[in-house]
Design a protein around this ligand. Sequence first.
Ligand code: ADP
Ligand code: MG
Length: 259
Amino acid sequence: MSVVTDGRGLVEIHNVHKSFHGVEVLKGIDLTVHPGEVVALLGPSGSGKSTLLRTINHLESVDAGSVTVDGEFIGYELRHGKLHELHEREILQRRTRVGIVFQNFHLFPHLTALENVTEAPVALKRLSKDNARELALGLLDRVGLSDKADAYPRQLSGGQQQRVAIARALALKPQVLLFDEPTSALDPELVGEVLDVIRDLAKLGTTLVIVTHEIGFAREVADRVVFLDQGRVIEQGTPQEVLERPRHARTREFLAKVL
Ligand code: ADP
Ligand code: MG
């Protein structure tokens, strides 16, 4: 496995390849995300967006190439110039640098909103129960849910559940936060409240990588738009460049369908 990192990006993805059952779905991806940058990842269904996102916190391993966050490999360590997969416990520790929010919230159904947010910092022995509670109440307040701390996921709307999921992801103070179609499972009237929270994070300078079909939102919050098709980065640039003056036919086709 080749290892290349120049240390400039917070997230550096170099020549990443990934196959499932002999079918290559990532075909040599290069992507650098700088500290404080908001990157919107667009592309047709099946183009590899989720797989790429999942390699950033080692929910997927890579077959070739490398992924580093703040100069460190998330799932691997370098020994004698070669990458070796880390032990599960170490993977879990390093993974906390990268928060992820999924389309379908993935909250723990048997835990309250507050408990969903305190679970990881307590389980990883980062904070005492009292300190985790204090942090979680602050985060729930930040996503506009201080009155829902004791509610269970089933008692919350999809938009509220997704905001709890964002608070939960923030509880480990990740260096970068990944969103995989965070509003795709929501009724249209609930999309805005989740986008508002993400917009606030962007304003605060949080480093974000967002897979979304909300083109208007991408145009508004993203510093850079990256268009993926069939496992390759086809083009990238400012929202104006990619969304208003796309250079590639495949980007234009995609935009014509979603706009
Ligand atoms: P996107 O998020 O852009 O829709 P994905 O990254 O989910 O695309 O999927 C890219 C391709 O990889 C698809 O063809 C999908 O079926 C395949 N794929 C994704 N995950 C798996 C998996 N765990 N096993 C087998 N195939 C997978
Ligand atoms: Mg996907």
